[in-house]
Design a protein around this ligand. Structure first.
Ligand SMILES: Cc1ncc(C[n+]2csc(CCOP(=O)(O)OP(=O)(O)O)c2C)c(N)n1
Ligand SMILES: [Mg+2]
Length: 206
């Protein structure tokens, strides 16, 4: 991610966290900054299917294409916009919004770790070599709520079925379990054990 370390709201890894669609504008600014600095960094902007319905996306797709900004748009299409099913508020296909600007599009299974990595690697390499922005639409599902306070906010109200959530936690859907199964099948059990041990230490330390 671009931008200097003293920029407000930025952590040491260069991640800027914002709530809502303003992330799109900030990421384009960060990409413009890194292009001016010529430091070879790339900005990646993660936003939801709900955010994709707001005008700021079109403005940033337009400007980043014109200025060939090193920017990767990543839409996490988790089929809900807060507590509303996306089909009720989202017309057309989200990736088609970016297609209109002529940038490369990758529509991927967002729960397939390798597919996401491949799409991201291509988009980052293109951005880094001066090729401009790319757009990734990752189809996924939101297992957790929109926010941690969801149960409180909804005060008992429901907007989806428990069975649907449970289905997305199964080994054929959950991205971590799927990746684990793939690694095991490819004979990488030792590597997997090392990763899990490292993660447990990180969780304990947190
Ligand atoms: C301009 C603006 N309008 C409305 C909101 C209220 N709001 C917060 S999150 C959200 C829905 C976001 O949907 P999505 O981008 O798909 O994220 P997800 O719910 O999947 O986390 C809305 C409407 C907002 N933050 N900003
Ligand atoms: Mg969403």
């Amino acid at each position: 991610m671009a931008a200097r370390d003293d920029r407000a709201g930025q952590d040491r890894a260069g991640r800027i966290r914002t709530a809502g669609n303003e992330a799109l504008a900030i990421a384009a600014g960060a990409a413009f900054g890194t292009k001016l600095d010529g430091d070879g960094k790339v900005a990646a902007c993660f936003f939801g299917d709900g955010a994709s319905n707001q005008g700021v996306l079109m403005e940033r797709l337009n400007l980043s294409t014109l200025w060939e900004l090193p920017l990767v748009f990543v839409c996490e299409n988790n089929t809900f916009s807060e507590f509303t099913p996306s089909r009720e508020v989202t017309a057309g296909r989200i990736a088609d919004r970016a297609r209109a600007f002529g940038m490369p599009i990758a529509e991927v299974d967002g729960n397939d770790v390798a597919a996401v990595w491949q799409a991201a690697a291509g988009a980052v390499a293109r951005a880094r070599s001066g090729g401009g922005p790319s757009f990734i639409e990752a189809h996924t599902y939101r297992i957790q709520g929109h926010c941690e306070a969801e149960a409180f906010v909804l005060s008992g109200g429901r907007y989806r079925e428990d069975a649907e959530i449970a289905a997305w936690k199964q080994e054929d859907k959950d991205p971590v379990l799927r990746c684990r199964a793939t690694l095991l099948a490819s004979g990488a059990a030792d590597m997997l054990q090392a990763i899990e041990a490292r993660v447990l230490v990180q969780v304990d330390d947190a």
